[in-house]
Write a protein that binds this ligand. Structure first.
Ligand SMILES: Nc1nc2c(ncn2[C@@H]2O[C@H](COP(=O)(O)OP(=O)(O)OP(=O)(O)O)[C@@H](O)[C@H]2O)c(=O)[nH]1
Length: 389
């Protein structure tokens, strides 16, 4: 244990998409209440997560002294951020062994960790520290989203219904992946639904997305208390830099635009596609809808469309879902004065600056298994506008 952490209360943040087993996990943790004094903070989105109430009823009837705080009608990663930190500070004054925070299923773990680390930095002598960010992952879902043989998976009727309702929402899979990319521990739950071989494939995918995360395989989220407390502070920079997406982008930035090396880990490889010429919107959407290679697990990047010189678009794909969203303006499209301001504040922008196009370019990280980089590049090149080719 780091000396600075000695005698401080570890805080564990539990994330995981709806239905992954977070409530089951929290109930498991409640059973440990007799050995350890654990305070629990539950973020209830109101209409989305009704389990907080259930947890409260069960816990208070069994452990009347337990600290259980419910933060409702908002998300602790944004609207309830301040209240959340106030609660943590209040709990840190009490005689407890650990604080566990169940984030809502749609929380962004990075923002929660941000809030926490900002508090640690600005407080003189905080009595708490962020120990672990745990993501509860539905192993069965990862298998069916990213690997074939879907029919062999056993799903409960509730899960099936939830999956059908969500099928058209690409943001969900992106969120699941984000939650994996930024956590320090994975509770790989619902292992009972997969065979050993299927489980090994799921682990490969998770390890390649975030190699630093410790993976605990569970059925009905059964774990020992000591397993989930690392007694070391969550290392934000290490976790961020070790995610495959960031590692690949970092290497590209490090070696310049011309470097298109394939980065390989656990049989899963990634590369950065970089192209100065813009895409034709319809051609790119057609590729996503009709011709997207199944060998690609994940992609993320910035897109320039031929008929829009103003806006940067974010392209994200995870499993069978893909989305293209307008996110900001190209710096090159800003009025001269604002442009100068950006250059002064972010000189890095100038490193890849092109005389003709400025910062406009297509830059996508592709992650997959068993694909051919040349074929993917060729496929994506077909979306380029003919005017420029
Ligand atoms: N087969 C199987 N089912 C599980 C396991 N863990 C949880 N479940 C079931 O999965 C469903 C969802 O579990 P929850 O614990 O409610 O999931 P959650 O993440 O809290 O879901 P939300 O409350 O919607 O956020 C329930 O029907 C659980 O009984 C597991 O390891 N194996």
């Amino acid at each position: 244990m780091n000396n600075k952490q000695k005698n401080k209360i570890p805080v564990t943040i539990v994330t995981g998409y709806l239905g992954s087993g977070k409530t089951t996990f929290m109930n498991e943790l409640l059973k440990m209440q007799s050995e350890k004094k654990v305070a629990i903070v539950v973020n209830d989105m109101g209409t989305i997560n009704i389990d907080a109430g259930l947890l409260q009823n069960q816990s208070l009837s069994r452990y009347p002294d337990m600290e259980l705080i419910s933060l409702e009608n908002g998300c602790i990663c944004c609207t309830l951020r301040e209240q959340f930190m106030d609660q943590i500070v209040e709990l840190s004054m009490k005689n407890i062994d650990a604080i566990l925070v169940e984030a809502s299923g749609i929380s962004d773990p990075v923002s929660i960790a941000d809030a926490f680390l900002a508090y640690e930095e600005t407080s003189e002598n905080p009595n708490v520290y962020l120990d672990t960010v745990i993501t509860v992952v539905d192993a069965d879902r990862i298998y069916s989203e990213f690997l074939e043989e879907l029919s062999e998976c056993v799903e409960s009727e509730t899960d099936k219904q939830a999956l059908e309702e969500e099928e058209n929402d690409p943001d969900i899979i992106n969120l699941i992946i984000d939650q994996i990319e930024f956590c320090s521990m994975i509770l790989l739950n619902k292992c009972d639904l997969l065979s050993k071989e299927q489980l090994a494939k799921v682990k490969e995918i998770i390890q390649s997305l975030q190699p630093e995360a410790k993976i605990l395989e569970t059925e009905y989220a059964k774990v020992e208390f000591e397993e989930i407390i690392s007694h070391n502070p969550y290392d934000y920079n290490k976790i961020r830099d070790s995610s495959l997406i960031n590692k690949t982008l970092f290497e590209k930035n490090h070696h310049g635009l011309e470097d298109h090396e394939v980065h390989e880990e656990y049989g899963i490889s990634s590369f950065v596609y970089t192209e100065r010429r813009p895409f034709v919107y319809d051609k790119f959407m057609k590729l996503l809808e009709e011709n997207y290679p199944e060998t690609l697990i994940r992609a993320k990047g910035y897109i320039w469309f031929e008929d829009d010189d103003i806006h940067t678009h974010l392209f994200e794909q995870a499993g069978r879902n893909a989305s293209v969203t307008e996110i900001s303006n190209w710096v090159a499209a800003l009025p001269e004065e604002e442009k100068e301001e950006v250059f002064a504040n972010y000189p890095d922008v100038l490193e890849d600056w092109d005389e003709l196009y400025g910062d406009r370019m297509n830059q996508i990280v592709f992650i997959g298994k068993g694909y051919s980089k040349d074929e993917i590049t060729e496929l994506v090149n077909q979306c380029l506008g003919s005017f420029f080719s």
